[in-house]
Design a protein around this ligand. Structure first.
Ligand code: NAI
Length: 344
C-alpha cells in the first residue's frame, strides 16, 4: 500500500519507515503541507497521512474523493483541521487518539517551571557570565491553585503532576471524569469559579466551536491578577489579542504557549531569516513573561514511536478489514469514534 505522507519532517521518518516496512506500508514523504494547492500530489496513492497543520477542507476532501483516495490517516489526536461534516461518506478519517499524554503534560509543566522560575532568563544570563539574580524571583507552586480545563488523558496526567507539587486543582470538563473529584484537593467547578480562583490555568480540551476562544477578554477579566495561562492544546482556545492585552495591562502574569491560533504557516519551520508578519505573535514573543514553543509538546521518542506504530496499524486494519477502531465519524452534528466502520 502506498501512502502520501504530507508535512514530513526528518524526525518522522525513522519510526514510520520501521513500522511501515514491518507491515508492508510504503510512505512517500512530501515536505509540503496538504492543502488545496498540494492535494494533487496524492494522485495514485492508496491513502494520505497528515498532521496538525494540514488543511483537509471541503475542496481537499472532494479532490481526494475524485482521485479515489478514500482514507486519511491523521498522525495526531486532534482533528479540528478536518472538515468532518464534509468528510462523511467520502473519506475515512483515522487518527491516533493517544500516543503519550505524558509527553504533553510534562512539557506543560516544563513550560510552567521555566516561566515562573525564570529559567529562560537565567540560561541566557549565565551563558554571558552574568550571574546576577536581579529580577529572577519566582514563586512556589506548592499550595497554589491550578485550573485545569479538560480532564481527559492529558489533563489528568497534568493534574497528577501538579498534585506532586502540592498544588490544589480546580477542574472543568463538559463530561466529568468519574472518581477524579475528591472533594478536597481536586474539585470540579464551573468555569467562572475556575477563572476566579486559579493562580494558573492550563488548557487540555479539544478545539471545538464551543471551546474556541475559551480564554478571551471576558474570561481574563474574571481571572486573578497575575494569572499564568498555559496552552499546550490548540491555539484557537486562546484569543491571542486578548491575551496580549491582558499581558500589557499586567492582568496576566505570564503565558506559556505551545500552540498559537495562526501557527499553521509559521510553526515547525525555520523563520529566522524572515520578517515576522504576525504582529501579535511577534509582540507576544517579545514579552519577558511569555514563552512560546513550536507545537513541540508531543515530541518525545516514546510519542513518535507510538504515533508511527498506531498510524501504521490503523492503515493495515483499514485496508485488511475495511474497519479501524480509531476511525472518526461525523454524524448527528458530532464527531465521534466509529468502532465498527458502520457510520461511513
Ligand atoms: P481527551 O479526548 O482524552 O480529553 C479531552 C477532554 O476535553 C475530555 O475529557 C473532554 O470531555 C473535554 N472536553 C470536550 N469538550 C469540552 C468543552 N467544551 N469544555 C471542556 N472540556 C471539554 O484528549 P487528550 O488526549 O487529553 O488531548 C487534549 C488536547 O490536547 C487535544 O484535543 C489536542 O488538541 C491537544 N494535544 C496537543 C498536543 C501538542 O503537541 N501540543 C499533542 C496532543 C494533543
Amino acid at each position: 500500500m502506498k501512502i502520501a505522507f504530507f508535512d514530513a519532517k526528518p524526525y518522522d521518518k525513522p519510526s514510520f519507515e520501521k513500522y511501515g516496512q514491518e507491515k508492508g506500508i510504503k510512505f512517500k514523504y512530501f515536505e509540503t503541507k496538504l492543502n488545496e494547492d498540494t492535494v494533487d500530489l496524492a494522485k495514485g496513492f492508496d491513502g494520505v497521512c497528515a498532521f496538525v497543520n494540514d488543511t483537509i477542507n471541503d475542496v481537499v476532501i472532494d479532490k481526494l474523493n475524485e482521485m479515489g483516495v478514500n482514507v486519511l490517516a491523521l498522525r495526531c489526536a486532534g482533528f479540528n483541521n478536518v472538515d468532518m461534516k464534509h468528510a462523511y461518506g467520502k473519506l475515512h478519517v483515522l487518527r491516533v487518539p493517544a500516543y503519550s499524554p505524558y509527553a504533553v503534560a510534562e512539557h506543560t509543566m516544563a513550560l510552567l517551571l521555566t516561566s515562573i522560575r525564570r529559567i529562560h532568563k537565567a540560561y541566557i544570563r549565565s551563558r554571558d557570565y552574568n550571574f546576577s539574580l536581579a529580577n529572577l524571583t519566582g514563586f512556589d507552586l506548592h499550595g497554589k491553585t491550578v485550573g485545569v480545563i479538560g480532564t481527559g488523558r492529558i489533563g489528568r496526567v497534568f493534574i497528577d503532576i501538579c498534585r506532586g507539587f502540592g498544588m490544589k486543582v480546580l477542574a472543568y470538563d463538559k463530561f466529568r471524569a468519574e472518581g477524579l473529584d475528591n472533594g478536597d484537593t481536586i474539585r470540579y467547578v464551573e468555569l467562572d469559579e475556575l477563572f476566579k480562583n486559579s493562580d494558573i490555568i492550563s488548557l487540555h480540551c479539544p478545539l471545538t466551536e464551543e471551546t474556541n476562544h475559551i480564554i478571551d477578554e471576558k474570561a481574563l477579566e474574571k481571572c486573578k491578577k497575575g494569572v499564568v495561562i498555559l496552552n499546550t492544546s490548540r491555539g484557537g482556545l486562546v484569543d491571542a489579542e486578548a491575551l496580549l492585552a491582558g499581558i500589557k495591562s499586567r492582568k496576566v502574569g505570564a503565558a506559556c504557549l505551545d500552540v498559537y491560533e495562526e501557527e499553521s504557516d509559521i510553526f515547525f519551520e525555520d523563520n529566522s531569516g524572515h520578517i515576522m508578519e504576525d504582529d501579535t505573535l511577534a509582540r507576544l514573543i517579545s514579552m519577558p513573561n511569555v514563552i512560546v514553543t513550536s507545537h513541540q509538546a508531543f515530541l518525545t521518542e516514546e510519542a513518535l514511536e507510538n504515533i508511527a506504530e498506531t498510524t501504521v496499524n490503523n492503515l493495515v486494519s483499514f485496508f485488511e478489514t475495511n474497519q479501524c477502531e480509531n476511525e472518526l465519524c461525523y454524524r448527528g452534528g458530532n464527531t465521534h469514534d466509529c468502532k465498527d466502520g458502520k457510520c461511513f
